[in-house]
Design a protein around this ligand. Structure first.
Ligand code: HEC
Length: 405
């Protein structure tokens, strides 16, 4: 933790570990090992020699289990999918108790083809499927299993019967959360269930989510296998604005009194038919939007824009789509460079005057074959240089298609 005293005097730290134990130190650092697994709220109190004190914010820690780390490896380019070319992936998990986990139960992998996907966070469908998968393990870590079976008779009703009795909606989940915390009887027979006031809100919610998912017709999509290949658009029509998102979660088994924990990861591959919607850095270029296309427009002088932080591994060339209302008077040179206006030249193409082509919405495709093999992440610069400073026509750049072997 960090603490500052305006009078620069030595400070005293009292650490509260949330289990009744306390420790005093002179340093703002402490290391402590819990003997019993569980959820703990920890905080520190800081005192100066005059006795003025302040309490830190409370921090929630869970002792007893470590969160699994899930990795998704994509074979080949890490930024893009290419039309018609299958994407090969492999998911691996590192966790201190994978030995106890029960794949495929613990591992859930899903793929989506989504438009407007920005961040590599797991989509909602994946998260709900995971809550349902985590619920059983969480339930097993509490005393529920002494009175309940997933399916079959026990002191309390089978969870599949409870799942079938109530519709999966917020009213049912509020009712069941409340019943588990407060206890009660009379619904399934004479025996009552004692309350569970100490179970955390998030755990009881996850368990109820899982119970309500049991015996429902709306089946959760089965997990993909831990390695394989996918059609980039998953059988849907390919769309330059959509990304292939692969998400993987792993829930370890936990154990008696040890809560299972979930690790999640996602990767998003965008179309190699790049539009310029996300271009942020530019000099002497204008932008304009028409019919859903975001154009980068030249300004009669030399200018550039940059497509930032993309993996260019395996890319051997590109097609640049340039449109104009009126043919250029003198022509333009369009260069592609790595990481800067004066960076390594990948290719250069001329756009020459073509006075016959003065009809609106005329498009020309400039073709590039890269001069060298590139690997790794780069900023790709697109540079427009008019062949003569008297050039009067503006060119509109609509898309850049990256090509692989
Ligand atoms: C000591 C035995 C016992 C334990 C432990 C226990 N239950 Fe129950 N549970 C029961 C009984 C008995 C009922 C039936 C109550 C009734 O008929 O209303 C029940 C009912 C339920 C219901 C259905 C409630 C309804 O109104 O339909 C749910 C859901 C449930 N338990 C979840 C849990 C969970 C989750 C845990 C662990 C955190 C747990 N139970 C622990 C005995 C127990």
């Amino acid at each position: 933790m960090e603490a500052r005293d305006p009078e620069q005097e030595p400070l005293n730290y009292t650490w509260n570990f949330g289990n009744g134990e306390k420790l005093e130190t002179k340093d703002p650092e402490v290391s402590y090992t819990y003997k019993t697994p569980g959820d703990y709220q920890i905080y520190a109190e800081v005192k100066d020699p005059e006795g003025a004190s302040i309490k830190s914010e409370e921090l929630h820690v869970y002792a007893g289990n470590q969160q699994p780390i899930v990795s998704i490896d994509i074979v080949g380019n890490q930024s893009f999918y290419f039309p018609g070319k299958e994407v090969e992936y492999k998911v691996s998990v590192s966790d201190e108790d994978t030995a106890y986990a029960r794949p495929p139960n613990g591992l859930y992998i899903s793929a989506d083809y989504l438009e407007g996907f920005d961040k590599a966070a797991a989509p909602l469908g994946h998260q709900q499927a995971m809550a349902a998968a985590t619920g059983e393990g969480l339930m097993m870590s509490y005393d529920c299993k002494t009175c309940h079976k997933v399916a079959g008779k026990s002191i309390g009703p089978a969870f599949t019967l409870v799942g079938a009795k109530y519709p999966d909606n917020p009213q049912s989940s509020d009712y069941l959360i409340n019943k588990i915390r407060k206890g009660g009887g009379g619904v399934w027979g004479e025996t009552t269930m004692a309350g569970h006031p100490n179970i955390s809100q998030s755990d009881v919610t996850t368990i109820v989510h899982w119970v309500l998912s049991l015996g429902k017709k709306v089946a959760v999509k089965p997990s993909l296998s831990s390695s394989g290949s996918l059609k980039p658009s998953l059988g849907k029509t390919e769309n330059d604005k959509a990304a292939l998102v692969i998400s993987a979660s792993f829930t370890d088994k936990g154990g008696p009194g040890i809560k299972p924990l979930t690790g999640t990861n996602s990767v998003a591959l965008k179309s190699a038919n790049l539009n310029f919607n996300r271009v942020k850095r530019m000099k002497d270029f204008d932008t304009d939007d028409e019919k859903g296309i975001h154009y980068m427009t030249t300004t009669k002088t030399e200018g550039w824009f940059s497509i930032d932080h993309i993996d260019l591994s395996g890319i051997i060339g590109a097609d640049l789509l340039v449109g104009y209302e009126k043919s250029p008077l003198y022509g333009y040179v369009f260069e592609l460079r790595l990481d800067g206006r004066s960076g390594t030249l990948l290719g250069s193409a001329d756009l020459l005057p073509d006075p016959k082509n003065n009809k609106p919405n005329n498009f020309v495709t400039l073709k590039y074959k890269f001069s060298l093999a590139v690997s790794g992440y780069h900023d790709l610069y697109v540079i427009a240089i008019p062949k003569d400073e008297k050039e009067k026509q503006e060119m509109r750049l609509g898309a850049l298609k990256l090509l692989i072997k």
